[in-house]
Design a protein around this ligand. Sequence first.
Ligand code: UD1
Length: 420
Amino acid sequence: MEKFVIRHTDSLQGTVRISGAKNAALPILAACLLTSEPCYIENVPPLTDVIYMLEMLKGFGAEVAYDKEKESICIHAKELTTLESSYEKADKMRASFLVAGPLISRYGQAKLPLPGGCQIGSRPVDLHLKGFHCMGAKSRQEHGVIDLTTKKLKGATIYLDFPSVGATENIMMAAVLAKGKTIIENAAAEPEIIDLAEFLREIGADIQGDGTDTVEITGVKELEGTTHSVIPDRIEAGTFMVGAAITGGDIVLENVREEHLKPVIAKLAECNVKIEAIPQGLHVYRKGKLQPLQLKTMPFPGFPTDMQAQFMSLMTLAKGTSMITETVFENRFIHAGELQRMGADIRIDSRNAVIEGVEELTGSKVRATDLRAGAALILSALAAKGETEIGEIHHIERGYYKIDEKLRALGADIERKEEV
Ligand code: UD1
């Protein structure tokens, strides 16, 4: 077990390169199961979630070669040896269920442990299953394992009660080899959906409308291999932007797409942070005192729930009262308790958080309760007076590649130590 020890940092300065997006990479890696030809996936940092997904693919019999230095993966799912996954492999992350769509699309069968709930909410898969059922698949659930079977999936019109990212991805992957046309209504429109659709088109799928609320997929007979480079991680980029904001810093982000970050940029501008497009990427710096915000998380193009915790950290030091409403997950304010240990003034009432800005935060012993909560604690620790120890950093490493090295290169005082 390791921890981060972070001391006050006056202001982050310099240039940081943003890694490939975890949430784009995971469904694309799962989608490699759709074809018997090799796929080369580039710009994928060796995060723990990526490693878990690759272990899962190997478990089905896919050949996997990962050049971690080059961040490039070759997956060859020529013939699968099993369509079942063990509890140990599937339980490690919720995204494990993303193999369901590819397996039933290509083989008409999959036996997978249900992904467990997690700290931020119950996270069911009913919308994924609703889609599969509409396409003719049958499911049986026993002892936490879901058994999916179908002769051949058939295209259908599927209305999602909520624009779930995972359900949209799973249904898209199920539909690519189905008979006929599938229409997903009220689909998620996140940039990661578009990246998955790009990959699927590259291997021969027929998909239209990705990035809007209606995605249309016409099934094809078979798919081929490709080389695909994953989009930059907009949440990692947003986290570094908040790092510059909270420390009064001045940084440049490389390998970043401004169009993926519009809500984050708009909200930072409201609290006095300037973001300018430059040839190298995005230039981020603070101009004056941090102003309070009213913020509501929403599906894309709304404000991302994955940036909510980091913005809460920022708001604890704004001049006045801020309010955050979390509409995507039912229990995503656990970080508030840890921020309070550092002197933050936060009141939670169901899905609302009221944050009174304080003069300063003070270093304390805290723990990362989930991935983005952990990132929020790092940001607060940079701004806090004195020293902060953050435990359980394995949560952070699921989604941030070498975050300590990247921050140190920007002048942060952050060390990785063994927890005793
Ligand atoms: C993905 C992201 C995660 C992000 C989230 C929302 C990945 C690997 N993870 O998660 O980082 O926070 O999108 O942007 O891409 N829901 C149901 N039934 C379902 C599916 C979802 O009720 O079948 C609910 C969930 O409980 C949650 C909401 O829908 O309240 C959003 O979930 P969803 O968009 O599916 O998130 P994930 O795909 O799990």
